[in-house]
Design a protein around this ligand. Structure first.
Ligand SMILES: C[S@@+](CC[C@H](N)C(=O)[O-])C[C@H]1O[C@@H](n2cnc3c(N)ncnc32)[C@H](O)[C@@H]1O
Length: 221
């Protein structure tokens, strides 16, 4: 188990999903993926709102609420089905301060000032689009806030090859609308985010998975 959530929270969240497939997905994903606990720890004590770019069905927002995180959370994703699912779960669960909006991160982000999160979407962007998105995300990090990213890093490891295969599987099973385009490397984060005035750290986030995922945390001090 990679989750900080008690069984009661997991059960509540699973029941909020309208579709049977989403119910299984919510439980399996929240129990197995180490990223939600890692982000929760990074945001501990922060009073700033959160913008979750590529929020999917809003799992991070619900996870944060269930762990007691109070500031507003905005989810942003171009998949309207996932946004509708997140909005439905919010209404059914009676969660306050959560909002979800549809939009393409390639063509602009909502106005925002706070903490920004980007989990598992950079591989769908070209290198130039990744740079543009990272600059736009960094510009939305408030003083004392963080930009928290989970991404596979491109290198010559077996982990990297397994991650690429997993992303293609998600595309071919229609879970993801897009196929992977380009994987960022460590240098991209260090150069772009340092130039934006943020202090950057990069650490592995494997958590018992076979993937080459890393947590990149960039802070505005
Ligand atoms: C692998 S999923 C991650 C979902 C979520 N971040 C999570 O960890 O549960 C990637 C998400 O990025 C979204 N996405 C991909 N390209 C996007 C874009 N250009 N603009 C907005 N969302 C995008 C997809 O719709 C999908 O929900």
């Amino acid at each position: 188990m990679n989750t900080l959530l008690p069984a009661t929270s997991l059960k509540r969240l699973s029941k909020l999903s309208a579709r049977l497939w989403d119910r299984h997905y919510v439980t399996a994903k929240l129990c197995s993926d180490p990223v939600y606990a890692a982000v929760t720890k990074e945001l501990e004590g922060s009073l700033l709102p959160v913008l979750d770019i590529g929020c999917g069905i809003g799992l991070l927002a619900f996870y944060l609420r269930e762990t007691g995180f109070k500031p507003d959370i905005t989810g942003f994703d171009y998949d309207t089905r996932k946004i509708a699912s997140a909005q439905g779960m919010t209404a059914r669960g009676g969660y306050a301060g959560l909002s979800f909006m549809a939009g393409d991160a390639r063509t602009g982000l909502p106005d925002f000032d706070g903490n920004v999160v980007i989990l598992d979407i950079l591989q769908f962007f070209t290198r130039a689009e990744q740079e543009t998105l990272l600059r736009a995300a960094a510009a939305r990090v408030a003083e004392g806030g963080k930009l928290i990213i989970r991404s596979c890093l491109e290198d010559d490891s077996t982990r990297f090859r397994i991650t690429v295969a997993g992303d293609w599987f998600a595309k071919l099973t229609f879970w993801m609308k897009a196929a992977p385009v380009s994987y960022p490397d460590r240098e991209l984060f260090e150069s772009v985010l340092s130039a934006a005035g943020l202090k950057v750290r990069v650490q592995p986030l494997w958590g018992g998975t076979p993937f080459n995922n890393h947590l990149i945390v960039a802070e505005r001090e």
